[in-house]
Design a protein around this ligand. Structure first.
Ligand SMILES: [Zn+2]
Ligand SMILES: [Zn+2]
Length: 148
């Protein structure tokens, strides 16, 4: 699975919808679409069979290899985790078993695992793929509440 960083310097006027917007919105439009239909749409670059997807989102998916690849990430993990509970698709993927849990969520923050043996990790301030700004202050839940 490819996982190269996106170029978020692409001007929003160049592409109607940029990668950042797209990565947040992709799951919304494909929630009820089957894996097979998603794969077909990505390989053909034809999203006409996807209900209720806005034209600018389609334009972006057709033009952007990274974001159409994100769709394949999405269908690869959606049975395992609810991607809508993550800031973006990339972090959901990186936290999943498909992403080998290379990033972990702790107290509302995201951290890259730098040592598998010790579990040592470093909190990140941005998504490495789309550049989305992330919370870096720990949200310690009150006693008695489950950590998230
Ligand atoms: Zn994109
Ligand atoms: Zn991201």
């Amino acid at each position: 699975m490819q996982g190269y960083p996106k170029d978020v310097r692409v001007s929003p006027t160049e592409l109607a919808m940029n990668c950042l917007t797209s990565s947040v919105e992709i799951p919304r439009y494909f929630t009820s679409v089957s894996d097979a239909a998603v794969r077909q749409a990505v390989s053909d670059g034809d999203y006409s069979g996807i209900p209720d997807i806005p034209g600018d989102a389609v334009d972006h998916l057709v033009e952007c290899v990274d974001c159409s690849n994100d769709l394949l990430w999405f269908i690869g993990i959606r049975q395992e985790i609810d991607v809508t509970t993550y800031p973006c698709l990339h972090l959901a993927f990186a936290c999943s078993s498909r992403g080998n849990g290379v990033i972990e969520r702790q107290h509302g923050m995201f951290a890259i695992r730098v040592d598998v043996k010790t579990g040592r990790s470093i909190v990140i301030g941005f998504c490495p793929w789309c550049g989305l700004r992330l919370n870096t202050a720990a949200e310690i839940p009150p006693r008695g509440m489950a950590a998230g």
